[in-house]
Design a protein around this ligand. Structure first.
Ligand SMILES: Cc1cc2nc3c(=O)[nH]c(=O)nc-3n(C[C@H](O)[C@H](O)[C@H](O)COP(=O)(O)OP(=O)(O)OC[C@H]3O[C@@H](n4cnc5c(N)ncnc54)[C@H](O)[C@@H]3O)c2cc1C
Length: 397
């Protein structure tokens, strides 16, 4: 009989609630703290593929996610003048498998995960960890909203810019692998008549895309651009971010002027560097990291969500019959190779979607024109590179 352990998870997006679900299944007492006041609905589309599909199936939420599947049917590439280069099935570039892999709004997945666990786990919204103090008996935590508690373990599931990671391992720069691009995403009115499709305009080093997730009256606007050095000054300053994007795209054609105007009005602009997180270790003492906080692969891989789901399952299972030290070691042992091959997908093809020279763009366009209209029947091997173990639920006492 192993005693019921108290575990705090920081972050309630994808990795956090998925981990809470599995830790609860294994008999732990789980608290999740999230700095946002509520769950956010909607959001950009994210993918669940390969091994991660088995995680959501074992959680019992696969049917619900199938209903929420977006089913993007077309991806059209345009040249600098707005002329069509190629129109293909999105899976032909993402490596997704039609009828099997899922694409859902981030908010729909977040909600499905939360609903699966909210009755069994304590959620603290609008709060965050202020301090962490590890000792032999546990981790003493003080909360921003006041109060302090002691947990047996703390897990950071706070995304790429995780504060728990910074408190534990130091500044992000050491683990941040900048991939040479920055991007802004925001919603704007769908005045384009787009439905279940993406249209992407490119010139060397610049991409502007409109994602119509359904027949909604909104589209997700996406502006991605090459930037050799990360714009550190812009990260903390939303106005500087908008100015930077506007200057990079100032002479762009197609619908870009309207997108820039919409960006000025939008209240949901999300700006960031395209980067990965690569760490030599994912834990220190009684504190560990999961999802983007530990191993963000960047949206160029399309695998961030799947890594978060698989990592959560593996971490909870690895702790089922071990103490924190053995459990965290087993989690890394069982998961690191899967993470590494999926982070490696970026080198294989992700960046070639956004070429930075005229020659490379022409080569990409040639490849796109030759792609079959029929999407592939098999996904990328990396997506299914891990066979999920069955973990025995822990006996609690
Ligand atoms: C524009 C964009 C497009 C993307 N496209 C795709 C795609 O096509 N396919 C795909 O698979 N992935 C995609 N991703 C990546 C995907 O969103 C992430 O990989 C995935 O959400 C990781 O989940 P996570 O739970 O680890 O982190 P996150 O989703 O980043 O969640 C972190 C959570 O922690 C909370 N938090 C942060 N700091 C604190 C704190 N100090 N205290 C408490 N709470 C905190 C945040 O509010 C948030 O709820 C995309 C990402 C972006 C930004």
């Amino acid at each position: 009989m192993t005693p019921r352990r108290k575990i705090l998870i920081s972050g309630a997006s994808i990795a956090g609630p998925a981990l809470a679900f599995w830790l609860n299944r294994h008999g732990h007492a789980v608290t999740v703290v999230e700095k946002a006041g509520t769950l956010r609905a909607g959001g950009y589309p994210i993918d669940v593929r390969g091994t991660a599909l088995e995680v959501v199936r074992r959680m019992g939420i696969l049917p619900r996610l199938r209903e929420a599947h977006i089913d993007l049917r077309r991806l059209t590439f345009l040249d600098g003048d707005g002329g069509q280069v190629a129109s293909i099935h999105p899976h032909a570039v993402s490596g997704g498998v039609a009828g099997r892999d899922l694409e859902v709004r981030r908010g729909d997945l977040n909600n499905a995960l939360y609903t699966a666990v909210r009755d069994d786990v304590e959620f603290l919204f609008d709060d965050s960890i202020d301090t962490l103090d590890q000792s032999g008996r546990g981790v003493d935590v003080t909360f921003h909203g006041g109060g302090s508690r002691t947990f047996d373990m703390v897990i950071g599931a706070e995304g790429t810019h995780s504060r728990t990671r910074e408190m534990l391992f130091g500044p992000e720069e050491q683990f941040h692998r900048y991939l040479g691009y920055c991007f802004a995403v925001f919603t704007m009115p769908n005045t384009f008549g787009l439905s279940h499709e993406t249209v992407m305009w490119n010139t060397p080093g610049r991409a502007a895309a409109l994602y119509a997730v359904g027949d909604d009256d909104e589209v997700h606007a996406f502006l991605n651009f090459a930037q050799p050095v990360p714009p550190f000054d812009a990260f903390p300053d939303p106005e500087a971010q908008r100015d930077l994007v506007a200057s990079v795209f100032a002479d762009a054609g197609w619908e870009v002027p309207g997108m820039l105007a919409a960006m000025r009005e939008a209240d949901d602009v999300f700006f960031d560097a395209v980067s990965q997180i690569r760490m030599p270790r994912w834990s220190s003492g009684r504190v560990a990291l999961v999802g983007d906080a530990a191993y963000a692969p960047s949206f160029l891989s399309g695998q961030g969500t799947s890594l978060a789901l698989v990592g959560a399952y593996m971490l909870a299972g690895s702790l089922a019959d071990r103490d924190h030290a053995g459990g965290f070691a087993a989690y890394e042992d069982g998961t690191r190779e899967f993470v590494t091959v999926n982070q490696g997908l970026v080198g294989e093809g992700g960046t070639t979607l956004f070429p930075t020279t005229a020659e490379a763009l022409e080569q990409r366009n040639d490849r796109l024109r030759k792609l079959s209209a029929i999407p592939p029947a098999e996904g990328r091997p990396a997506h299914s590179a891990l066979t999920l173990p069955e973990f025995t639920p822990m006996m609690t006492g």
